[in-house]
Design a protein around this ligand. Structure first.
Ligand SMILES: [Zn+2]
Length: 127
């Protein structure tokens, strides 16, 4: 549903889809391994694409949508490379919140549930 809204939403005459496409083509830089989003980032380092007043989409979600058209309800776009601003489609995969935690543990990052009910990564351990 949300994906459909994003695809069809029109903001200042542009579809949200074309804004995503434009942002990903203009605001990325190749590194040795990754394709890094160079536009705005949130406090955790994840790229953010501004679609309109109060409407942002994570750059990695946007990259996934551009290629696959859909993100099934309840799934997240996760990074194989552990590089939050990366939008390289080869480095992205879908998973749920549990997959995200297991992936982080597998990569050797500590997950501290004592810090909050939701559980947060220790700052020094975050990528
Ligand atoms: Zn990457």
């Amino acid at each position: 549903m949300r994906n459909k809204v994003i695809r069809e939403a029109r903001i200042n005459g542009f579809t949200a889809y074309s804004r995503i496409s434009l942002a990903l083509s203009q605001k990325t830089r190749r590194t040795k391994k990754c394709v890094v989003f160079t536009g705005a980032r949130n406090t955790k380092g994840y790229g953010q694409i501004h679609l309109g007043p109060g409407v942002n989409i994570a750059a990695s979600r946007a990259a996934w949508l551009l290629l696959h058209s859909v993100i099934p309800e309840g799934l997240m776009v996760l990074h194989k490379c552990d590089n939050p601003p990366c939008v390289n489609p080869d480095h992205l995969f879908l998973g749920n919140a549990r997959d995200n935690v297991l992936d982080c543990i597998a990569k050797g990052r500590k997950y501290d549930q004592r810090r909050s009910r939701r559980g947060k990564f220790l700052k020094s351990e975050a990528a």
